[in-house]
Design a protein around this ligand. Structure first.
Ligand SMILES: [Zn+2]
Length: 272
């Protein structure tokens, strides 16, 4: 079993998806004129991302922010602040279009996403998270073709693993996610994204219990946080409590995706 660095017993991949308005326009471009729905996304550039950066700085934590290319172009100052604090920026498509099987935009989303991150921020990402929580074989092959080292999109494990493409060749490393740590599913309801939300103290109990079990398993967890959810006051308080407790334990390696994927790849190479 993969051992974690520094004698830690588990890993926590601290990751954030900065979708901004693309979270609302990806399914339906006509929403660009539903101004209040769109304004949920605007919270990220105005308030949410800065609040999350403050929190990570206070706790001394380094995270990965998955940023669609459109967001890098619309909010360059916000993205520069992410980089200034030493965080990683990952690829999250260009307009947050979901890579369903047969999607005609897979190559264009990849290319435009790379281009925007490079041109606006000077970033060449090594990590990718599929927008909208779907994937297909063409997308899996595209990661290898574009030199991406890892994906963080699948829900089939609690430890890193390497993808195998349909032709039998090696794919990217996967840092799996779980819906239990996706704040959107727990804490946001809106006209175009309606659901019941969980009270922050209930989420804290659920997260704490799951982390306890993950440590017992020697496994990892991946947060999927959105500044338009976790950057809201009550949700930020919850996140502060959870991350503070996780950091205070001392036995959990809290790291950005590039470090966890590199750790997996070097252990894999050493075992061959
Ligand atoms: Zn997203």
């Amino acid at each position: 079993m993969l051992a974690w660095p520094g004698g830690k017993r588990a890993a926590l991949f601290l990751s954030v998806d900065v979708d901004a308005e693309t979270a609302w326009t990806d399914d339906d471009p006509a929403r660009t004129d539903h101004l209040v729905s769109l304004s949920f996304g605007g919270y990220e550039g105005r308030v949410g991302t800065a609040k999350m950066l403050d929190l990570f700085r206070q706790l001394g934590l380094t995270a990965t922010f998955f940023v669609p290319g459109w967001v890098a172009e619309a909010y360059p100052a916000m993205c520069e602040a992410i980089l200034r604090d030493g965080h990683e920026i990952g690829h999250h498509g260009y307009h947050h279009l979901r890579p369903d099987p047969g999607s005609p935009w897979i190559e264009a989303e990849m290319a435009r996403g790379f281009d925007a991150l490079k041109r606006r921020l000077g970033v060449v990402p090594v990590g990718y998270r599929a927008p909208g929580g779907e994937f297909c074989e063409a997308q899996r092959a595209a990661l290898v073709r574009h030199g991406l080292k890892y994906s963080s999109s699948f829900r089939d494990d609690v430890r890193p693993y390497r993808h195998l493409l349909r032709d039998g060749s090696a794919g990217a490393v996967e840092l799996p996610v779980s819906a239990n740590f996706d704040d959107w599913m727990l804490g946001l309801t809106a006209r175009f994204s309606p659901r019941s939300v969980m009270a922050p103290h209930d989420v804290l109990g659920m997260w704490r219990d799951e982390l306890d079990e993950i440590v017992d398993w020697g496994a990892m967890l991946t947060t999927v946080l959105h500044p338009q959810v976790s950057g809201r006051p009550g949700r930020l308080r919850l996140l502060r409590a959870f991350l503070g407790q996780a950091a205070a334990r001392g036995d959990v390696w809290i790291a950005p995706g590039r470090e966890i994927a590199a750790h997996f790849a070097s252990a894999e190479a050493a075992s061959k």
